[in-house]
Design a protein around this ligand. Structure first.
Ligand SMILES: C[S@@+](CC[C@H](N)C(=O)[O-])C[C@H]1O[C@@H](n2cnc3c(N)ncnc32)[C@H](O)[C@@H]1O
Length: 812
């Protein structure tokens, strides 16, 4: 008999000795039940989904008493209903308000008397707790919106604006954790499990919320263990174009320390964060409305398996949190083992660690921080159920055989401990309270017990050295306490000091000389000859420091130049060998060699918002109708622009330019701007040729800006009388774009004239005139692909893992 067979036989015998055979029958029975339960049913709107029943789920949650008895039926009925559409408007405040005006007037005002399948549809409403009316809920499923003819216009609008990143289709509950982080522009923020990045995007927005600050001092570091999902996140946050942002790729439970000085030289300075978000991987039972697959997959084991990882991530997050910092722990699961048990056991362990005596961590009362949000309080008591539906009140009742699955830390605190923990300060969002998904949030703050007087407060979050104690937890009372201590010793000895994490050492093998596989990040030298012509051409402000510009190729011509913030540069400089950086820096300049231009680089739209406050030359004030001209025409001739713009343009040599529309510039704005133009500042980059002038704006964003200027992309642009005829020799070449009734754009002949005049498009701008109608005649396939690609999904289900490893795949 081979060794493997022998081992298996021994294991079977052991299992028999433990009486595990009884499990088999129960298991078989349960599988049969589950199969019988999962009958495919046909939903309205023509798509199939599994039956929404799971007996184990019901038994488990009924037993927990976290849903009041008289609400149980409503809770279950809501869980079985599909989730309504929710989204939030994103971006700069004034631009967001303009977009909201359009949403209300052009789309929602028409939705008052709509009936679908004989039922009247509720008009869309704002999420009462989301600030500034920027969060919205439409009580329809996305399938309904897609298939219903009266909602076609709304559907196209949602796809288009989601694509350009001006709205974020995000579950309502998923918007909550970033709001509770209370982000300020100077905060150092860590998002531990960030992909696909919907919450990260909020964090970046809040960091940049004060538009009067050119560049905030703080930054956001987004981490995720899944390399592919890190790249998805790159796309998600690209439009926010923040130089104060980076993506890294590590296991959050063993996040490496980030040094702010050379780790080899003298005193180590480690980064401590002001804000940490631990939106941990979870069983996702709060997302069953959106992901009906979870119904069939749910077992108690999912929560049990994730508890260990969730706890380790929370502990590591707390270890990295600076004094007076705030950590938000969240899951989209209602399971107390993934929620309160993780929080309670971590708080208790923190207290037991003698090394932590200088600092207290405690739950923050957040019940009043989001007025209008309906929620229940966290619980202090719950029960543990095994896969075979045995129920345990404490660890001593758990058979030895289950000790690897059921841990002491999963049990509720004693009544005395519970009194000091204030678990009721956690919030539970139950789906039936406000027609949402299910969610759990706890906010924890770290408060120094002794404010050390010699500590330089201003620098505290950047310079506080990491607590590198290896001391073990002090003994707690009683048998349970001893077991807990043993457990902590075995599993968690180093939770404040994962200096060389297993993941890092693994990665070291993959590393090639000079860093990880990514292209290198090479900062421009002070004396780099590339810089003076750029500085001169754009008359760059002295405040702009070119030592934060970087390129990604060491040799040959530099194609793109990126900008990053001082702190991000410092982090990169001292950690390139140890931290896996996936993405950082905003593209601000793109190579564009042209015989008639002294500067080999042009501005690009992606980085313009960050750059324009530092540009003292090459700007053109424009009217709203000029925006329409430049965004609806490939290379308009100079005399297609207003006289005001034409005369400014004549003064400029050939090369990169940027346009600014500023409603606060009373002297320049005219009657048409006041009547038809948007009430927010807009900037675009472009190129001034000899006879024409073009913009470089990615196609998705063109539609957004056109809408802000009161033009529906499928409406006639000429209706407003904005276009002057192009010169006579190109007159005949004007043609209709197939698929539109009314939109005319200048033709290929016109483009040819201009092509020699302006540089060709780059990969940051891929717009051809015919893209416009093509997009608006998207097939169903394209639309559904867009739906799934663009809606932010932060659910991790299908969890198969041991306590130490997670294989989580995302359900989209
Ligand atoms: C609930 S999702 C996060 C959603 C995200 N915060 C958002 O709002 O878009 C959990 C994420 O944790 C990641 N993850 C799983 N295990 C991890 C670990 N050990 N360390 C870091 N990230 C992990 C998954 O790849 C997944 O992207």
């Amino acid at each position: 008999m081979g060794r493997r067979n022998r081992n298996k036989k021994q294991q079977d015998m052991k299992r028999k000795d433990r009486g595990d055979d009884r499990d088999k029958d129960t298991k078989r029975q349960r599988l049969d039940d589950a199969k019988a339960d999962s009958i495919q049913t046909q939903e309205p709107w023509g798509y199939k989904m599994t039956d929404k029943n799971n007996k184990m789920f019901e038994t488990f949650y009924k037993m927990q008493n976290i849903i009041p008895e008289d609400e149980w039926e409503t809770f279950m009925a809501t869980m079985r209903e599909p989730l309504p559409i929710t989204f939030r408007a994103t971006g700069f405040k004034s631009e967001v308000q303009e977009l909201l005006k359009i949403i209300k007037s052009d789309f929602f005002s028409n939705m008052v008397d709509i009936e679908i399948e004989g039922k009247k549809v509720d008009p869309p409403s704002t999420l009462p707790w989301y600030p500034d009316g920027c969060g919205w809920q439409i009580n329809l499923t996305k399938q309904m919106v897609r298939k219903s003819p009266p909602l076609e216009k709304l559907h196209k609008f949602l796809i288009s604006e989601t694509e350009s990143g001006n709205i974020s289709r995000q579950e309502a509950v998923s918007m909550i954790p970033p709001l509770l982080m209370d982000i300020k522009p100077h905060h150092k923020v860590l998002d531990m499990c960030a992909a696909p990045g919907s919450k990260t995007a909020q964090l970046i927005e809040y960091l940049h919320a004060d538009e009067s600050i050119k560049l905030p001092e703080g930054f956001v570091i987004a981490n995720d263990a899944d390399n592919k999902r890190c790249y998805m996140m790159t796309h998600q946050v690209k439009r926010l174009a923040s130089p104060n942002f980076m993506i890294i790729n590590h296991d959050a439970s063993t996040m490496p320390n980030i040094f702010l000085s050379d780790p080899g030289a003298g005193e180590k300075k480690c980064l401590m964060y002001d804000r940490v978000l631990a939106d941990v991987p979870c069983s996702g039972d709060g997302t069953m409305r959106k992901n009906p697959d979870v119904w069939g997959k749910w077992t108690v084991a999912n929560g049990h398996n994730l508890h260990g990882l969730q706890t380790r991530i929370l502990k590591r997050g707390l270890a990295l949190l600076g004094d007076n910092g705030r950590l938000v722990y969240s899951t989209c699961s209602l399971n107390p083992i993934e929620d309160e048990a993780v929080v309670a056991s971590t708080l208790l362990q923190w207290r037991n660690m003698s090394a932590n005596k200088n600092c207290e961590i405690r739950l923050v009362d957040i019940s009043k921080e989001l007025p209008g949000l309906k929620h229940n309080k966290g619980v202090s008591h719950w029960k543990i159920m095994s896969k075979t539906s045995d129920v345990y009140e404490n660890m001593s009742e758990v058979p030895e055989a289950l000790h690897t699955q059921i841990r002491p830390s999963m049990f509720p605190p004693t009544p005395e401990q519970a009194e000091s923990l204030n678990l009721d300060r956690c919030i539970r969002i139950l789906p039936h309270l406000q027609n949402t998904g299910g969610f759990f949030v706890a906010v924890i703050e770290k408060v120094p017990r002794i404010q050390q007087e010699d500590q330089q407060k201003a620098d505290v979050t950047l310079t506080a050295p990491i607590d590198d104690t290896t001391k073990e937890p002090e003994a707690a009372n009683g048998e349970e306490g001893k077991k807990e201590v043993e457990y902590v010793k075995k599993q968690d000895r180093d939770w404040s000091k994962p200096e060389i994490a297993p993941y890092c050492s693994q990665m070291k093998k993959k590393r090639k000389a000079g860093g990880f596989k990514e292209d290198p990040y090479i900062f421009l030298e002070e004396t780099d000859p590339i810089w003076p012509p750029i500085q001169k051409f754009f008359n760059m402000d002295k405040e702009f420091d070119h030592k934060y510009l970087l390129v990604r190729c060491g040799e040959g011509k530099k194609r793109n130049i990126y900008y990053t913030s001082p702190h991000i540069k410092t982090i990169l400089a001292h950690n390139e060998e140890r931290v896996k950086f996936i993405n950082l820096g905003v593209k601000v300049l793109v190579r564009s060699d042209h015989d008639d231009c002294d500067c080999s680089f042009r501005l690009c739209q992606e980085g313009l918002h960050m750059m324009f406050p530092f540009l003292n030359a090459r700007s053109l004030k424009v009217h709203s109708r000029d925006i329409v001209t430049m965004l609806s025409t490939e290379n308009p001739f100079l005399d297609n622009f207003s006289n005001d713009v034409h005369s400014q343009a004549k003064a400029y040599s050939v090369g990169s330019i940027w346009f600014i529309y500023d409603p606060s510039d009373e002297a320049f704005m005219d009657q048409d701007d006041r009547e038809n133009g948007p009430n927010c500042k807009l900037v675009f980059c472009g190129w001034k040729g000899k006879v024409s002038m073009r913009s470089f704006v990615p196609k998705q964003e063109r539609f957004h800006f056109l809408r802000l200027c009161g033009v529906q992309p499928q409406d006639a642009l000429f209706k407003r009388g904005h276009m002057k005829s192009p010169p006579a020799n190109t007159q005949e070449a004007i043609q209709r774009i197939p698929g539109t009734d009314s939109m005319d754009v200048t033709s290929s002949a016109d483009n040819q004239t201009a092509e020699s005049d302006v540089p060709a498009e780059d990969d940051d701008v891929q717009t051809t005139a015919s893209d416009i109608p093509a997009k608006y005649s998207a097939t169903d396939d394209t639309e559904s692909a867009m739906d799934s690609a663009t809606e932010n999904t932060d659910t991790v289900n299908d969890v198969t893992q041991s306590n130490n490893s997670t294989e989580a795949t995302e359900a989209t």
